[in-house]
Design a protein around this ligand. Sequence first.
Ligand SMILES: NC(=O)C1=CN([C@@H]2O[C@H](COP(=O)(O)OP(=O)(O)OC[C@H]3O[C@@H](n4cnc5c(N)ncnc54)[C@H](O)[C@@H]3O)[C@@H](O)[C@H]2O)C=CC1
Ligand SMILES: O=C(O)[C@@H]1CCC=N1
Length: 294
Amino acid sequence: MLAPLDPTPSLRMPTPADSRLPNPRSIAFIGGGNMARSLIGALIRGGARAGSIAVAEPNAELRDALARDFGVAVHDAARTAAQGADVLVLAVKPQVLKTVCTDLAKVAAASRPLVISIAAGIRIEQLRAWFDTDLPIVRAMPNTPALIGAGATGLIANDSTSAEQRAQAEAILGAAGRTVWIEREELMDTVTALSGSGPAYFFLLVEALEEAAVAQGLPREAARALATQTCLGAGRMLVEDGESPARLRERVTSPGGTTAAALDAFAAGDLRGLVAAAVDAATRRGRELSEQYS
Ligand SMILES: NC(=O)C1=CN([C@@H]2O[C@H](COP(=O)(O)OP(=O)(O)OC[C@H]3O[C@@H](n4cnc5c(N)ncnc54)[C@H](O)[C@@H]3O)[C@@H](O)[C@H]2O)C=CC1
Ligand SMILES: O=C(O)[C@@H]1CCC=N1
């Protein structure tokens, strides 16, 4: 596994003291799949007490792995895990979220937890209607690099969320990387299309680079190592150098040189237009998801 990036003002790893600051007494994760596991791992590494975290996960293998790897309390039913929790993190697929919320409505009405949903496309108003009560709700869109503490998360809160609860949400998601607050909820679909799905775009680019080099005769292992390390190097420069992406690109591009030849080929294929179309498709899919499950 990669070591966390060097701390920078813009992408600083939270210290154990940070995660203790807003101090939720207990967090219940509803759903213990990929994203929950990434967030739980980040919280534990950041100094959260395993005893303050409960997880509801119907899959016994995933449940056992979470208990073994992180020492958190595991349950097969959402209601048992959610009982008395200060914070509920909804980490199930959008398709099952309505059932989960209606199932938890009574427990939530009694203890009024901060609800954090990471489900793609599902609106705060839909969550409020499914819980059938006015709860503090934060909608968050993290991404899979959360697994190594290099996540990027967009956040938005409803008016019932106090400043302390906003800080709690920021500390929980911030344990896994960088957080950015969004002011208008419709832009969460853009965040999902940009950073939620975004890691897949970079993986695809690395796959394509590897294939292109293999097609020219480079051994696959060498092609993958060089493409992967180039992606890491470019990513770290973007975070650590402080220069704009355009300036960093210009620094690589000698006039009349090899990079200029490649960039001309990208422009001829309208790479920017293609990226805009891809982000647009993901944004529209986020909207469709919310309409589908309302
Ligand atoms: N995978 C990604 O890159 C990202 C995913 N998301 C969102 O995170 C959410 C979870 O995604 P993943 O972790 O990738 O999915 P996942 O499928 O790995 O995890 C969901 C888990 O929920 C469990 N589950 C199903 N019904 C349940 C119930 N009634 N109570 C408790 N648990 C239940 C499933 O057994 C599964 O393990 C989704 O809503 C997705 O939109 C958000 C950002 C990025
Ligand atoms: O593909 C998806 O729907 C989820 C949301 C963002 C990343 N994965």
